[in-house]
Design a protein around this ligand. Structure first.
Ligand code: PMP
Length: 387
């Protein structure tokens, strides 16, 4: 049986063979613990981590000591939010975020709210975007942190993070940005964005799973962030635990490759994404496109189909690997909180497919995907008496 066409690159990506190649010696030859400071095995591993840290920092426009390696973006987000809130509680207890954030931001925010922090969750416009004046209006004297993602994982909408960060800075409010879906897909420079904290995850840009980083800008240091994981003082005391050397080396190599290729690849995927979009919209009526028409990731297309049952839509689509919304919450039968925040009616939110294209995606795959989707939706509509 042939495997379905994979169009779910926002959920995860295959590891690039060049990344695997860079990682392999770390499992065998350079297996040392970078914390072993008394022998050559440890020194070799520490040198690999130092080199990886320098490369990640350079790719993001920050200093090496500003990169804290974590197990991925979920942990990075938790550290950014809970670590800042706990450290800053004396200064204030108000946090601002947005309704379409990933659960890895919303859940820690809700936990903090249950612990006595005050939370403002900003709504979005019909394209899924927050406007800077909304953020300014939400700021209070006791606001300590604003958390706003750069690119949404389900609909691809980009937020004006640099503008928001500049406005927050004037008010002395810290800014965290979950850039997990943006890194590698569009240029991301943490310094130019002007944020204090930035999360990323290697498996979204052809690196391994289980590794990522939190960028902690220098000005957000000393006492401004407390660790969640303690025990040995690794990563400047902000994230203890023996370092995942192969993962860290893989993360750095993957980021370097993605950044080198970013512009050309973004253009290629943009063209393919538009071909997919026009192919489907040109042959089917009653299709709603979600996300911002322009301020959007080049690889992402979210479409809602009128007149079809959501469950049937996905179940019958065996030749395509796509997502009903966020892969991380697809075990949850409620409609996606992102689509709900857009104001999409429930029946449409349920009948939504997220297509996300990636490095291996070909023109032939896109052409085939258009045929598969059109045929399938037409069949479902015929079965329910709708043309
Ligand atoms: N934030 C966003 C925007 C994401 O898309 C994801 C992954 N779905 C995460 C955070 C969580 O990342 P990780 O898989 O590294 O925990």
């Amino acid at each position: 049986m042939t495997r379905p066409i994979y169009l779910d690159y926002n959920a995860t990506t295959p590891v690039d063979p060049r990344v695997v190649e860079a990682m392999l010696p770390c499992f065998t030859e350079h297996f040392g613990n970078p914390s072993s400071r008394t022998h050559a095995y440890g020194w070799a591993a520490a040198a690999l981590v130092d080199d990886a840290r320098r490369r990640v920092a350079a790719a993001l426009g920050v200093q090496p000591e500003e990169v804290i390696f974590t197990s991925g973006a979920t942990e990075a987000n938790n550290l950014a939010l809970k670590g800042t809130a706990l450290a800053q509680a004396q200064r204030g207890r108000h946090i601002v975020t947005c309704a379409t954030e990933h659960k890895a931001v919303l859940d820690p925010c809700r936990t903090l709210a249950a612990q006595g922090f005050s939370l403002t969750v900003l709504g979005v416009d019909r394209f899924g975007r927050v406007e800077p004046p909304q953020v300014v209006d939400a700021l209070r004297d006791d606001t300590i942190l604003v958390s706003l993602m750069l690119a949404n994982n389900e609909i691809g909408t980009l937020h004006p993070v640099a503008e928001v960060a500049a406005l927050c800075r004037q008010r002395g409010v810290l800014v965290h940005c979950d850039a997990t879906q943006a890194v590698g897909k569009i240029p991301v420079n943490a310094a130019a964005l002007g944020v204090d904290l930035l999360s990323l995850s290697a498996h979204k840009f052809y690196g391994p799973k289980g590794v990522g980083a939190l960028v902690v800008r220098q000005r957000h240091r000393r006492g401004a962030l407390v660790p969640l994981v303690e025990g040995g003082g690794h990563e400047q005391g902000l994230r203890s635990g023996t370092l995942n050397v192969p993962g860290i080396v893989g993360c750095a190599r993957a980021l370097e490759l993605a950044v080198a290729d970013c512009e050309g690849e973004a253009q290629r995927l943009h063209t393919l994404r538009n071909r997919l979009r026009e192919g489907i919209l040109g042959r089917l009526d009653g299709v709603v496109e979600n996300g911002h028409p322009v301020e959007r990731l080049p690889n992402t297309l979210s479409l809602s189909f009128e007149g079809v049952d959501g469950a049937a839509l996905l179940v019958g689509l065996r030749e395509l690997a796509v997502s009903p919304g966020s892969a991380c919450t697809s075990a949850d039968p409620r409609p996606s909180h992102v689509l709900e925040a857009l104001g999409l009616p429930r029946h449409l939110a349920h009948a939504t497919l997220r297509f996300s294209l990636g490095r291996p995606t070909t023109e032939e795959e896109v052409t085939a995907a258009v045929d598969i989707v059109v045929r399938h939706v037409q069949q479902l509509r015929r079965a329910t008496g709708r043309r």
